[in-house]
Design a binder for this molecule. Structure first.
Ligand SMILES: [Zn+2]
Length: 249
């Protein structure tokens, strides 16, 4: 190899590798694109219908407060639960289900399911499925990846068993702030017909979330929105699996 070619190789190869790594990182965190399988950040519809979702619970105190607000607004939401939290609070998980809300799988340990072996990822899915079945969950169990992260193994395992991966398109980012005004405006500015809204009932204590959910539900109803579970939203029809949409973030 002559000197010029060697320099081109020495500079070019790391740049290509870096580009690939940046691309994979972007892909892993995209809310709107997945390599394969059924993937839904929202649903295509002109009807004013949205789904409200809560991640990371159940958590003593916070989940109960959210349940109280949902009952007051007569709304059924969807809770993506972490398996080990179901083990900590089985009575609370059972109460969510008994009050008519949808319950989904948000992994067992809440670790990022990227760069993990297929056996590890499958176990994270199976352990939480078993806990949910133990609570009496019937029919299809929807899945949401911890941190919304996925790359190859997780979508492959989900698609192999015909499972739907649910993300979101209207996020409060209530894991970053508890400013009630900010949480409310973030959701209200991004919500549209067919949206899937994300809040958290687990993790750190979130007094702002509890208040923001109340305000968001009031605002949505004022604007003529109906709030349904994720499965009800998917059943509306006109669903476009988002894996056909190019990456947007
Ligand atoms: Zn989570």
């Amino acid at each position: 190899m002559n000197r010029k070619r060697w320099i081109r190789w020495a500079v070019g190869t790391p740049l290509v590798v870096l580009g690939l790594l940046v691309g994979l990182w972007q892909l892993s965190k995209s809310w709107t694109f997945q390599l394969f399988g059924e993937f839904y950040p929202r649903v295509e519809t002109s009807e004013k219908v949205v789904a409200l979702t809560f991640d990371d619970g159940p958590r003593a105190g916070q989940t109960e407060e959210i349940l109280g607000i949902l009952k007051r607004h007569e709304v059924k939401a969807s809770f993506f639960m972490v398996g080990r939290n179901i083990e900590r609070h089985p009575e609370l998980a059972a109460r969510v289900l008994a009050e008519g809300h949808q319950v989904g799988n948000h992994s067992y340990s809440h670790h990022r399911l990227v760069l993990k072996s297929p056996a590890y990822v499958q176990e994270e899915l199976d352990k939480t499925d078993a806990l949910l079945r133990g609570l009496g969950v019937q029919g299809e169990i929807l899945f949401r990846a911890p941190y919304g992260k996925k790359l190859v193994v997780l979508p492959w395992l989900l698609s192999r068993s015909g499972r739907k991966h649910i993300t979101f398109d209207a996020v409060s980012r209530d894991d970053e702030t508890q400013d009630v005004g900010l949480l409310t405006s973030r959701v209200m500015e991004s919500v549209r017909p067919g949206s899937i809204i994300l809040f958290h009932d687990g993790g750190q204590e979130k007094p702002g979330t509890v208040k923001a959910v109340d305000l968001v539900l009031g605002n949505l109803k004022e604007q003529g929105y109906r709030i349904v579970t994720v499965s009800e939203l998917l059943a509306l029809g006109g669903v476009a699996p988002a894996s056909t949409v190019p990456p947007a973030n």
